[in-house]
Design a protein around this ligand. Structure first.
Ligand SMILES: Cc1ncc(C[n+]2csc(CCOP(=O)(O)OP(=O)(O)O)c2C)c(N)n1
Ligand SMILES: [Mg+2]
Length: 699
């Protein structure tokens, strides 16, 4: 590693500038070396990020998962070189998925040299889980700022539950940096509106007001008055007119820390590509390497050795060590000492904090889960879900959530004594009211989950599309977020096709790492939650019925605990030797059982497989999968009130799928079931037709 004295004599301001220019030049060099990336914004925002990290933030590079650390979210994730530079310069340490410190740096200078290359710890955009010190995966614009609102909610909740007189166990702040793109995205508006409503004074967004996006100057598409907009939401709006003025930036951040009752929005006027003679203030600086000649000129303007590459001058590491390093270590040590005393005084609360940090469940987390007796009339999936949620949220103190204004319909309201509403003046409540802001809800659930609480968000299944990008990110980040979606098919009958999901199951099943579950009756709902709550690194989606579903007689059919395998043999042919298999999920399982009974009465050996989750089933051993779907039984019918897309993988190319190939319609459910073929006779006929084919295929 090269260390060169660059600027002398070294005044404090000189060292600050040296550190800032190190961030700038590392970013420039990394992008040039990779021949791709975004140099301009790191060049402009280096003073901001330097000030937040080295002067203000309470973060100990030695332990990037210390629970009371301040959070930094780079919502304009394309400027990732800012993060790789500071993680490197602060010598932030790596931790693994088991939360163990690995004794090695999170981002090395070599990683920066290999920016954007396979397996290096300086990928194109910030990746939570992949690089220690990244608090949230960002890149899809707007997600980061919305996620930071979830983090701020979590901090308020933690402080309310765990802080005691003399024991401020949680008093950390959220800093999110964003650009024009984040400001234009709807999700940011949803999240900003809720953040102000909730009075989240622990939250600061810094808006990089550079008037540049990819297509050019923002005058072509974005001319609103952002300051007035945020004043309208109820934020504390500040402005720093010069992105190079670290003292003003520091002062604004101080004002944020003193401001009570509302979040702070700092508008920072900056010049993208700062210092580049030909590219400053142009869209080219956004996403293209500067080029060798321009780099030389830019470095000259910084007073930097023109031909040095990946240079970290003498004194830079030391200056970060003396700044954030010393401040963070002291803060963490004091906190750890305080926590030891807290543990002695409040052992139960301390145990909760410990368990939560490791994503463990408390002892007895599943006690009192209901068991529903057989009942032909049955219970709606959403109804059973509501009962289960109310038990779980009592057993697991740090489990909270809510709906996007559909609580009474989703049955997600927590009604037990002390559950309470989460509001500005009651930040210990467990019922979140996201308002009709599905997309922000998704990101907020992620932000709360990143804070190690368990959180759920709810809406109608059809509107899962409104938050799909956040669900996808929860899978990418491997967060145990929970999404409760009711009105999962055509049960909404008269509301018509705008309220009847068709392609949503297929679309969610296609997200890698997401567990999608569509339980068949009230007891499967219980078992679905039992699976979900034990997930530590995967998000889950529940698709629940609006209408009552018969509660199956489990003394006659197999136990609902089979849900844990994703699919299981619910009802079988005598002797367990089926000639035709009916596979169904959710509301269509009892339909398949009806058809099965008819087939049995006619002497046809059918089997019913309840398949609430493709994902879980696909992770079972081949032996188990073959025991449920014996490869030699080719006569197969799948029934699901959703797009048929993808069912071939279970019924084979010769199998039959009764599903949706069009959108639904507005009519009472019974008529829709008739129109679209979800009736026992149709299933029976399809099974017989399959048997006929299978017989014809036999040599
Ligand atoms: C949701 C989403 N849409 C589009 C993009 C592609 N994209 C990446 S950066 C960018 C422009 C962002 O402009 P701004 O936030 O002002 O960033 P600056 O160039 O000023 O750093 C776009 C459109 C994206 N990353 N996410
Ligand atoms: Mg911009």
């Amino acid at each position: 590693m090269s260390t060169t004295q660059v600027a002398q004599p070294m005044t404090d301001a000189g060292v600050d500038q040296l550190c800032i220019n190190t961030i700038r030049t590392l970013s420039i060099d990394a992008v040039q070396q990779a021949k791709s990336g975004h140099p301009g914004t790191p060049m402009a925002l280096a003073p901001l990020v330097y000030t937040i990290w080295n002067r203000v933030m309470r973060f100990d590079p030695q332990d990037p998962i210390w629970p009371n650390r301040d959070r930094f979210v780079l919502s304009n994730g394309h400027a990732s070189m800012l993060l790789w530079s500071v993680l490197h310069l602060t010598k932030t340490q790596a931790v693994n998925a088991d939360y163990e410190r690995l004794g090695q740096p999170s981002v090395t200078l070599d990683d920066i040299r290999r920016f954007r290359q396979l397996d290096c710890k300086a990928p194109g955009h910030p990746e939570y889980h992949w690089v220690s010190g990244v608090e949230a995966t960002t890149g899809p614009l707007g997600q980061g700022v919305a996620t930071s609102v979830g983090m701020a909610i979590a901090q308020k909740w933690l402080a309310t539950r765990y802080n005691r007189a003399g024991f401020e166990m949680f008093d950390y702040k959220m800093y999110a940096v964003c650009g024009d793109g984040c400001m234009m995205e709807g999700i940011a508006s949803e999240a900003a509106s809720l953040a102000a409503h909730l009075g989240l004074d622990n939250l600061c967004w810094v808006y990089d007001n550079n008037h540049i996006t990819i297509e050019g100057n923002t005058r072509i598409a974005f001319t609103e008055d952002v300051a007035t907009r945020f004043l309208g939401y109820g934020w504390n709006v500040l402005r720093v007119g010069d992105a190079n003025d670290t003292d003003r930036i520091e002062h604004a951040l101080e004002v944020f820390r003193r401001t009570k009752g509302r979040p702070t929005f700092i508008i920072l006027d900056s010049h993208i590509g700062y210092g580049s003679p030909h590219k400053q203030d142009t869209a080219e600086a956004h996403g293209e390497p500067l080029g060798d000649e321009e780099i030389r000129l830019t470095k000259r303007s910084y007073g930097w050795p023109e031909n040095a590459k990946f240079l970290v001058p003498e004194g830079v590491y030391e200056h970060f060590a003396a700044g954030i390093g010393a401040r963070g270590a002291k803060a963490r040590q004091e906190w750890t000492k305080l926590f030891d005393a807290y543990r002695r005084t409040y052992p139960e609360l301390a145990a909760e904090i410990d368990q939560m940090q490791r994503r463990e469940l408390p002892a007895g987390w599943d006690r009192n889960l209901p068991v529903f007796p057989a009942d032909a009339k049955g219970m709606a999936g959403r109804e059973a879900s509501g009962k289960v949620l109310n038990v779980l949220a009592q057993n697991i103190r740090w489990f909270l959530g809510g709906s996007a204004d559909l609580g009474p319909s989703n049955k997600t309201l927590l009604t037990f004594e002390g559950a309470g509403d989460f509001q500005a003046d009651t930040p210990g409540g467990k019922n979140l009211h996201y308002g009709i802001r599905e997309h922000a809800m998704g990101a907020i659930v992620n932000g709360i989950s990143l804070s190690k609480l368990r959180a759920f968000g709810a809406t109608f299944f059809i509107f899962s599309d409104y938050l799909r990008p956040a669900i996808q990110l929860s899978a990418l980040m491997e967060l145990p977020a929970i999404f409760v979606f009711t009105h999962d098919a055509m049960g909404d009958g008269e509301d018509g096709p705008t309220h009847q999901p068709v392609e949503h199951l297929a679309s969610l099943r296609a997200i890698p790492g997401l567990v999608t579950l569509r339980p068949a009756d009230a007891n499967e709902v219980v078992e679905a939650y039992r699976c979900i709550m034990q997930l530590r690194h995967k998000p889950a989606v529940l698709a629940l019925s609006r209408q009552p579903l018969p509660t199956l007689d489990r003394s006659r059919y197999a136990a609902a605990s089979g849900v844990a395998h994703g699919a299981y043999v619910l009802a079988d042919a005598p002797g367990g030797n089926p000639e035709v298999i009916l596979i169904a999920s959710g509301s269509e399982v009892s339909l398949a059982v009806n058809a099965h009974e008819t087939l049995l009465a006619e002497g046809i050996r059918s089997r019913v497989v309840s398949m609430p989750s493709w994902d879980i089933f696909d992770h079972q051993t081949q032996e188990y999968q073959d025991s449920v779907l014996p490869p030699n039984v080719k006569a197969r019918v799948a029934v699901e009130q959703a797009s048929t897309f993808g069912w071939e993988r279970y019924v084979g190319t010769s199998g039959h799928v009764i599903g949706m190939k069009t959108f639904g319609a507005s009519a009472p459910l019974k008529e829709l079931q008739r129109k679209f073929g979800f009736e026992p006779d149709r299933v029976v006929a399809a099974a017989k037709e399959q048997l006929g084919r299978a017989a014809a295929d036999k040599p």
